[in-house]
Write a protein of this length. Structure first.
Length: 409
């Protein structure tokens, strides 16, 4: 791959995840403090992500794979996203805000697949090349949080009080315009399925349903959906929790989770080789339970280290379960259904699993509102902690160990 193309793809990835990290992390702080939203409304806002994930395959399968170049659709979707993000900036109440965030996520979620398509189309050896491109996405997410917290100070106590968090939407809109225009300069990525007949089964990856006949894969599939309930608590309420208990610059501190994600990604081949798939997954599920217990009992005083440790565990939680799961799914699927299998597991987790998870998290948070409008966070966090351990026990008892070949090891 030419160095100039590598720089283009890296910048594309940087902006793609700078945009997501630039507003999604602090949304749980913005909604209750600026728009006076309750837990149910926060859940509705975050649930736009799984709705976008559910709709995304239709956009990719019906349009991107058959009619138009991926880089051109990427540009159009980000330009639409910039307009919707500006409308979110302008919104003064949740009823006005919600349709725009829903529209935005429907436009944004397909771009996650499109940036991968553009990248893979330029690579001769994706297994070696892709990680060096994709890591710039994580760097983009990290820098977005650092800018919000330490450059602009929008999520400081004073910044939140002054309503400055709404500026995250303007920052994201600007980045979306840049990526939208830049996308039209990206390498040509023509549709691969042009002229082919498309079925609903192809779009949703239903051909991979036959994998569920394998008992082990079925247990893994169900566990993947269930573990999304604890995951939803983190995405939806961790920022709100840190802001409410008085942690300064929560967006900046939460970037520690993405930094650890990079580190544990590098350790994943070692764990696969030494402990195998089942133990690696169990370790990831245990980390979910541990992180929420740390959140439940940590504080901003002498136990602040517990909060920091809980954030840092994000790398283990995400990599050891979700990345491991993608590798496992790839190993179980034959060549004909590899893409369908990944599409099915994505639909199940980021679609159905997160949709249920965000709803449950909103209900639990609303049930633990105190008279002064704050929350009994210890009771909130113990729910996903115990839920994750329950999933761990079910998986440990029902899943039989099997050898999984990891190409990176």
């Amino acid at each position: 791959m030419k160095k100039s193309i590598k720089i283009q793809l890296s910048f594309m990835m940087f902006l793609e995840f700078f945009i997501w990290g630039g507003w999604f992390v602090t949304l749980g702080i913005y909604l209750p403090n600026t728009l006076r939203s309750d837990g149910g409304q926060i859940a509705m806002a975050y649930s736009t992500q799984p709705w976008g994930a559910i709709i995304a395959p239709f956009i990719i399968g019906l349009i991107a794979d058959r009619y138009f170049n991926a880089e051109k659709i990427l540009g159009v979707l980000h330009m639409i996203g910039a307009v919707l993000m500006y409308m979110m900036y302008q919104a003064t109440d949740f009823d006005t805000f919600y349709p725009y965030v829903l529209g935005y996520m429907i436009a944004y979620m397909p771009t996650l697949a499109l940036v991968n398509s553009v990248s893979f189309n330029q690579m001769k050896n994706p297994e070696k090349e892709f990680s060096f491109i994709r890591v710039w996405g994580t760097i983009g997410w990290i820098l977005a949080g650092l800018f919000i917290s330490f450059v602009f100070k929008w999520d400081s106590s004073q910044g939140i009080q002054d309503g400055l968090l709404k500026n995250t939407f303007m920052m994201t809109a600007a980045a979306s315009i840049v990526l939208g225009l830049f996308s039209f300069t990206l390498p040509n990525t023509p549709p691969k399925g042009k002229g082919e007949k498309v079925s609903l089964s192809d779009i949703l990856g239903l051909d991979a349903l036959k994998l569920l006949k394998d008992r082990n894969f079925l247990i893994f599939f169900i566990s993947s959906i269930l573990i999304c309930v604890p995951l939803a608590f983190y995405y939806q309420h961790a920022g709100q929790f840190l802001g409410e208990i008085g942690v300064e610059n929560p967006a900046g501190k939460m970037t520690l989770g993405q930094i650890s994600e990079v580190g544990f990604m590098l350790l994943l081949p070692f764990f696969f080789k030494k402990y195998g798939f089942k133990k690696t997954l169990l370790f990831g599920m245990f980390a979910w339970g541990a992180r929420y217990a740390l959140f439940a009992f940590g504080n901003t005083g002498d136990l602040f280290f517990m909060l920091v440790t809980g954030i840092a565990l994000h790398g283990i939680c995400y990599d050891f379960f979700f990345v491991s799961g993608q590798i496992y799914t790839d190993s179980k699927a034959g060549d004909k259904v590899k893409s369908a299998a990944q599409g099915l597991i994505t639909l199940a987790t980021y679609g159905i699993g997160m949709l249920v998870g965000f709803w449950v998290a909103g209900k639990i948070v609303d049930q633990n509102v105190l008279t002064d409008g704050t929350h009994s966070w210890q009771d909130v966090w113990m729910f996903p902690a115990l839920f994750a351990i329950a999933v761990l026990v079910i998986f440990a008892l029902l899943f039989k160990s099997e050898k999984v070949v990891y190409k990176g090891s």
